[in-house]
Design a binder for this molecule. Structure first.
Ligand code: PMP
Length: 424
């Protein structure tokens, strides 16, 4: 049987919004959320979200396996988080200074995260990664920063993946190493020599369009050793993985603690907040560096963060996400085996990357995710996905019913490598 061609017809509401957006927004949308980067058929706009469900502007309901690219860790509109937000908002949100809640949040963060002696708050991952670099440079009075080739740390000029508008000077003191390659890390550290301020590392290798990779214990330990020997800061970028792998930080299971850590995404279940945590060696530098933003002290996202972190701890949410992720991985593995498809699943089960082997042009991957979209499951062809504590066993089973159909169609393709949607 030939695969059904996936219609890429947009709903009239979606098409009208796109046309309006194109007139007043560059490209209709900027950055990673521009669906022009995805195979045609993905909705650009959404009307509503609840629990693990996302609704597009035509009212189509999807089980969402992206969770807003990570921030939604307890489910959209979690009642406990939203009650805390409403309560704080009734008293004040953005005020002339921070709320009492900020101190409560900092105390909770320091209590929850073993390496943290202090915390400060901002809005985005890029803000806090940039702050970590600046704090490390201020503390060490050095310039060089080691970054893994291909790792994403944000959209600031020193780290953005697009070189448009970036000068060589913006990157002058950035040196690269290969993730999980101790020898290349050592070479980069040698090159930086006595000017080494910081080594940056993501919780695991979660680069887009690649199978994901856990850090080896030897690599994590080498990071710590090299930073200690050089007097440099080990900076963990836990923006994407934070609060999904381990409440105390994603490298706690490795027994390797960073000096500075950047957090955002899941910290407040979708409310805008980011944090830097650090140890006492970097406290004074964190105080000296000028860090501020008009909205950084708004109180409701901090109330949301207090409620989120407490609920994650009290409900065993991470273990639950792992159980659901395992259910999905096991089910998919069995289906892929039955259909004889080279599906490869990598990364932590609660942050899965699901791609096909030898599918660099994503012909199979795009066909698969479009068939899933038609069946009411929102997946991503080449970015790691995210489960939340709102995904129940029944939701995962519904996803698996859809994958069974979608994988069957991929496997039955007369010519598997013909582009998705092509006329048969
Ligand atoms: N670091 C990592 C590992 C990220 O995944 C991201 C966002 N995807 C960032 C930094 C930047 O965060 P933001 O988009 O909030 O600036």
């Amino acid at each position: 049987m030939a695969p059904r061609a996936t219609p890429s017809v947009l709903s009239s509401d979606e098409a009208a919004l796109r046309a309006r957006a194109l007139r007043v927004i560059p490209g209709g949308m900027w950055g990673h959320m521009n669906v022009a980067r995805l195979p045609p058929g993905y909705p650009q706009f959404f009307r509503q979200a609840r629990g693990c469900h996302l609704f597009d502007v035509a009212g189509k309901d999807y089980i969402d396996l992206m969770c807003g690219y990570g921030p939604i860790v307890l489910g959209y509109g979690d009642p406990d988080v939203e009650a805390a937000v409403a309560e704080q908002r009734s008293r004040g949100d953005l005020m002339t200074g921070p709320s009492e809640c900020m101190v409560e949040l900092a105390e909770l963060v320091v209590e929850t995260i073993p390496h943290a002696d202090w915390a400060l708050f901002a809005k985005n991952g890029s803000d806090v990664m940039t702050a970590c670099v600046t704090i490390a440079r201020a503390a060490t009075q050095r310039r060089k920063v080691l970054v893994a080739k291909g790792s994403y740390h944000g959209a600031a000029p020193w780290c953005t993946p697009s070189l448009a508008g970036v000068t060589a000077e913006d990157r002058a003191h950035i040196l690269h190493y290969e993730y999980n390659d101790v020898a290349s890390l050592e070479r980069a550290a040698d090159e930086a020599g006595r000017d080494l301020a910081a080594v940056l590392v993501t919780a695991f290798r979660h680069d887009v369009k690649r199978h994901q990779e856990a850090p080896s214990v030897a690599f994590a330990q080498a990071m710590r050793r090299i930073c200690d020997a050089a007097g440099a800061a080990l900076v963990l970028d836990d923006v994407r993985a934070g609060f999904r792998i381990h409440l105390g930080g994603s490298w706690e299971p490795y027994g390797v603690r960073p000096d500075l850590c950047a957090w955002s995404k899941a910290i407040a279940n979708g409310h805008p907040l980011a944090a830097v945590t650090g140890n006492d060696r970097f406290r004074q530098a964190a105080q000296q560096v000028y860090l501020t933003g008009s909205f950084w002290c708004a109180a409701t996202p901090m109330a949301a963060a207090v409620a989120t972190i407490k609920k994650l701890g009290a409900t065993g949410a991470i273990a639950k996400m792992e159980a659901m992720g395992g259910r999905l991985r096991d089910g998919l593995e069995q289906q892929a085996r039955e259909f004889g498809l080279p599906l490869r699943q990598t990364g932590p089960v609660q942050m899965p990357q699901i791609m096909f082997e030898d599918d660099a042009d994503f012909v199979l991957g795009n066909r698969f995710v479009l068939e899933m979209l038609r069946r009411g499951v929102y997946m991503h062809p080449w970015h790691n996905m995210f489960l939340s504590a709102a995904h129940q066993a029944a939701d995962i089973d519904r996803v698996l019913e859809a994958t069974n159909e979608a994988l069957r169609l991929v496997a039955q393709s007369a010519d598997r490598r013909q582009p998705a949607g092509a006329v048969q």
